[in-house]
Design a protein around this ligand. Structure first.
Ligand SMILES: Cc1ncc(COP(=O)(O)O)c(C=O)c1O
Length: 410
């Protein structure tokens, strides 16, 4: 029998929501944390807390080992060329802002083009608006087709010799669609553009091998990967990091400082000014260990089966409008939908009464909402710790929404 992974998550075992068992289907917003991650953070504070890279005493050395051990673990996990290509950040947003301000600002010139997709999260959109405005470049969009996918024709039409940067999500946080990164990178190489990949929504569900993908930068948030909030990662190829300016100046990133000058350390330290989030790094290390103990084959197997089951349940309801490709091929378990005649906020409020947590709104993707012709959607997003019983409760709750609002009599 399949293991019930919810057992590993204290909040899922113990919590009720509106007096009902919590059915947590908002995993694209943030994931819950397994006991092993919570314990690793507690152990860190009970046995190893000190400021890393600062003290010569054993406690500080231990904190340094944990912090750098986490960096090595992330490098191995993503198949980076080495730990020096891994920078700890607060999350995806900070990582992408850093690429925009410390890389793009120096290589984008007037008349150049920055290309993103219409389905980007605002954190992979607004920084590029800023760069385009500051440098007199134009921000162009790859539009998704009716199934939410980026076609080869669209790539061919939009990637040009003027393209300097292509910044896209590996997986859309609204539609769950997996974008054709190999094809994008192939075309980017032909025109000499750099590729920035947002892996916030892919890494929790699939193996990401950054050397195989050959992207220039990649960013993710720990909290969507079963690790704590406040820790994230920017991966950057050595050839870029060695030339980039720091974003934060201060302690911990310098080799020598005189009254008028400072000599900076090399990557990754030059980019990590100030005291770092060691607790977060320790939690991220534990989360990766936990996930790799399960394995992506198992994770994907469970999530694909659940995803099919949800789609089937939703499409059985004639009032449900599902956005994007309904087939699990080429998508993860992020499902955006609406119920005819009902505002998404009403749907999520009604579901909350049954203990079901989903997201409603624009999902930090205003341009995509306009492209889809809606103001907002409901979003259910799955994890391997969800069960068919969770989905049954969710689908049953959905079936009550229109009756509840007196749009149907029975
Ligand atoms: C695809 C994608 N990119 C970026 C972000 C921003 O992540 P954070 O708020 O953790 O920085 C999110 C968060 O929802 C996301 O889904």
């Amino acid at each position: 029998m399949q293991r019930n992974y919810a057992e590993d998550f204290p909040i899922l075992k113990n919590s009720t929501s509106n007096g009902k068992r919590l059915v947590y289907l908002d995993n694209a917003a943030t994931t819950q944390k397994p006991a092993s991650v919570i314990n690793a953070i507690r152990d860190y504070y009970e046995s190893s807390n000190a400021n890393p890279h600062r003290g010569a005493y054993p406690l500080s050395e231990r904190a340094t080992e944990l912090y750098e051990g986490a960096r090595q673990r992330v490098a191995d996990f993503l198949n980076a060329a080495g730990p020096d290509e891994i920078l700890f950040t607060k999350g995806t947003t900070e990582a992408l802002n850093f690429v925009a301000s410390s890389f793009a600002m120096d290589i984008v010139n007037e008349g150049d083009e920055i290309l993103i997709s219409i389905a980007e999260h605002h954190s992979n959109l607004i920084p590029w608006q800023m760069v385009a405005k500051a440098k007199g470049a134009s921000l162009k969009y790859l539009y998704t087709d009716a199934k939410g996918e980026l076609t080869e024709e669209e790539l061919d039409a939009k990637i040009s010799p003027r393209t300097k940067i292509i910044a896209v999500a590996h997986v859309s946080n609204v539609l769950g669609i997996v974008n054709p990164i190999e094809k994008i990178v192939g075309r980017a190489r032909q025109v000499g553009a750099a590729v920035v990949l947002d892996i916030a929504q892919s890494l929790p569900h699939m193996k990401v091998d950054l050397q195989a993908l050959d992207v220039d930068f990649a960013a993710f948030s720990g909290h969507k990967l079963y690790a704590p909030m406040g820790i994230g990662v920017l991966y950057g190829k050595r050839q870029h990091l060695s030339k980039m300016r720091p974003m934060l100046y201060g302690g911990g990133m310098v080799e020598d400082v005189s009254q008028q000058e400072a000599v900076f350390l090399e990557a990754p330290y030059t980019f990590e000014g100030g005291t770092q989030n060691v607790e977060g790094a320790v939690g991220l290390h534990a989360a990766i260990d936990y996930l790799m103990g399960i394995g992506y084959d198992e994770i994907k197997g469970i999530e694909d089966e659940l995803s099919l089951y949800v789609v089937e349940g939703l499409l059985n309801n004639p009032h449900v409008i599902l956005y994007g490709n309904s087939h699990p091929h080429n998508r993860t378990g992020i499902l955006s939908f609406n119920i005819e005649g009902v505002h998404p906020h009403d749907v999520s409020t009604i579901l909350a009464a049954d203990g079901v947590a989903i997201r409603s709104g624009h999902h930090c993707a205003h341009p995509l909402m306009r492209h889809l012709g809606v103001n907002a959607t409901c979003r259910a997003s799955l994890s391997f710790y969800n069960t068919k019983e969770d989905i049954d409760i969710f689908i049953e709750s959905i079936s009550k929404v229109r009756r509840w609002l007196r749009l149907e009599s029975k």
